[in-house]
Design a protein around this ligand. Sequence first.
Ligand SMILES: Nc1ncnc2c1ncn2[C@@H]1O[C@H](COP(=O)(O)OP(=O)(O)OP(=O)(O)O)[C@@H](O)[C@H]1O
Length: 276
Amino acid sequence: MCSEPVLSVRDLCIQIGRQQVVDGLSFDVMPGERACLLGASGSGKSFTAKAVLGLLPPNAQVSGSIRIQGQEAIAIPAARRRADTRVSMVFQDSLSALNPLVSIGAQLREPFSRHHGLSRKAATHAAVSLLAAMGLPDPQRLIKRTPAELSGGQRQRVCIALAMACKTSLMVADEPTTALDVVTQAQVLGALREHTGTSGTAMLFITHDLHAASQLCQRAVIIERGVMIESGDLDTLITSPQHPFTQELVAAAHSVQPSKLNAADSFASIDYRKSA
Ligand SMILES: Nc1ncnc2c1ncn2[C@@H]1O[C@H](COP(=O)(O)OP(=O)(O)OP(=O)(O)O)[C@@H](O)[C@H]1O
């Protein structure tokens, strides 16, 4: 495995107006790794994700360094980034992430044609195969539908398929399961687990949900009010949290997921995290 990080964030500071929303954040994501940025609502997770993606609003003042595949990208908006420093993304709201007027097939064909030079027929074939790999039933029919004709879970898996079709070395997933019911959450987490990690694409998973993070990620960076308070191996953070906020997070997750904890004794024993 290459030892250079896919993503290296150093001393990231983001100010919006007078508010310091991110303050001196540093972390790495290694090739094929799934890491999470974990924090309460308003802690600066989304602004960090936007900085990595090159999608900060024009009024944001940003400093520090964001290196993607070794290239400095902090001051470069998404549309002007070199192909090898582009980052794919999956957002919470799958309905607004997709074009409501364009069929799923046409939206999925686009990255295959644009980034991989496939013909229309080959791109359609690739889109159908990818949707099938996401566990979506009857993908031949599904590609003819528009986003509003799909369920939330189906749409989110289409968004993951779109991100995968871009074949980037890093995917940022910002609260991708928050809007979904628990059964659909599990399907979407399963699709993310299967299609990221050691298979090639590293992932930065943005969440406030320790349980979801524990099903996907090997490592966590925990932030509070824009500042990193603790980071490291997620198993260790769960079994031995040091900071009071991390201790609260673990205690809260234990109280919400008692059956899982009783069965497994600890989140740490959910061993599928380690596989691709
Ligand atoms: N447009 C804005 N202008 C100024 N401050 C903002 C703006 N949007 C968000 N903020 C503030 O920036 C801080 C960080 O917001 P951010 O959206 O990054 O948090 P978050 O951790 O992603 O929260 P959530 O989990 O609720 O999405 C918050 O304190 C928020 O109040």
